[in-house]
Design a protein around this ligand. Structure first.
Ligand SMILES: [Zn+2]
Ligand SMILES: [Zn+2]
Length: 353
């Protein structure tokens, strides 16, 4: 039997991510087998590691973690038509059913029977992964593998920023986790004028400056509302991107948004939130967008175009690289928030036992 190394979530509890030797997956007729060159750690991998309520609801250990990847196709199922051996690919991680109400309305990203790679089935922190043909994204060969691996979270940022245009507009990005940091860069190259970024983590605020933020504010010492109003002639910002999942940040976001502005919500909240809808949204005619996943595949084209054109340089955001065996170092950094994107490199050898 052929085996491979994999980071496996072994128990439904905090931690319990172990490097194990597991069988190389067998593909079905509609899947392809990808040899992973690089995988990146996502915030949702941290949720699975920490085992929050969302993870407990979706993940059934033992299961291979991870979902962001770039690699090469080494085998295709017999019904696969659009992908061939040797293709350089990444993967959309939302696996739509193709026949529900949402799918048939052209919104597979919010499929009612949605399955997610590395959440509902084995993931990418390993050497080989089986991917349904419908989720395979063929990469532009000019995009380095390190960048190709992070297109999936970058897609979240693209949809959050570009739910409407930002050209000539002031933008406040609340939360400078990796997706918030991608959003800074996307807003910058999409024509935003003044970009504010808030976070409690100074390490990540420094990265926000590198990605193009004009003002970085730490709510633990800055009066965010006062400073944003001061730098916008008292009007507030045209666009708020809530990417922190903090109730307080969201409440503040509605105070700093200019009348007739828009807010996009990507952050996910642990609990129900209380908002002043009258003053925050209704009387200001604010447009609200909920963002989840990416448009399959319209967003991928935008992401790839940003990268292949060299219009957007995401290299400051890739802060750490580890061999797969040192996965734990990467996870510890993510838990502490002392990183941008962290890349994992599986060992190249396929072993026969
Ligand atoms: Zn992700
Ligand atoms: Zn569906």
């Amino acid at each position: 039997m052929e085996t491979m190394k994999a980071v496996v979530k072994t128990h439904p509890d905090y931690g319990h991510a172990e490097l194990r030797e597991v069988p190389v997956p067998k593909i079905t007729s509609d899947e392809v087998l990808v040899k992973i060159a690089v995988a990146s750690i996502c915030g949702s991998d941290v949720h699975i590691y920490k085992w929050n309520d969302w993870a407990a609801e979706h993940v059934r250990p033992p299961q291979i973690m991870g979902h962001e990847l770039a690699g090469d196709v080494v085998e295709v199922g017999k019904n696969v038509k659009t992908v061939k051996v040797g293709d350089y690919v990444s993967a959309e991680t939302h696996i739509p059913c193709g026949h529900c109400y949402a799918c048939r309305h052209g919104h597979p990203e919010v499929c009612m029977n949605l399955k997610i790679l590395g959440v509902d089935r084995d993931g990418a922190f390993t050497e080989y992964i089986a991917i349904p043909e419908i989720d395979v994204w063929e990469n532009d060969p000019s995009i380095p593998k390190e960048f190709a691996s992070v297109q999936e979270p970058m897609g979240n940022a693209v949809d959050t920023v570009l739910a409407e245009d930002v050209a000539g507009k002031s933008v406040a990005i609340l939360g400078a986790g990796p997706i918030g940091l991608f959003a800074v860069g996307v807003a910058r190259v999409s024509g935003a004028t003044t970009i504010f970024t808030t976070d409690l983590n100074d390490y990540r605020l420094k990265l926000a400056t590198k990605m193009g933020a004009n003002f970085v504010l730490n709510p633990s010492r800055n009066d965010v509302t006062a400073e944003i109003l001061e730098h916008t002639h008292g009007n507030g910002v045209d666009v708020v991107l809530e990417m922190s999942g903090s109730q307080k940040a969201l409440q503040q976001g509605l105070q700093i948004i200019a009348p007739a502005g828009r807010i996009s919500l990507l952050g996910v909240y642990d609990n129900d939130v209380t908002l002043n809808l009258n003053d925050g949204i209704i009387f200001k005619q604010i447009r609200v967008y909920g963002i989840t996943g990416r448009k399959i595949f319209a967003t991928w084209y935008k992401v790839a175009n940003f990268l292949s054109s060299r219009k957007l340089d995401i290299s400051p955001l890739i802060t750490h690289r580890f061999p797969l065996e040192e996965f734990q170092k990467g996870m510890d950094l993510m838990v502490e928030g002392m990183s941008g994107k962290i890349l994992l490199f599986p060992s190249p050898k396929r072993t026969k036992t």
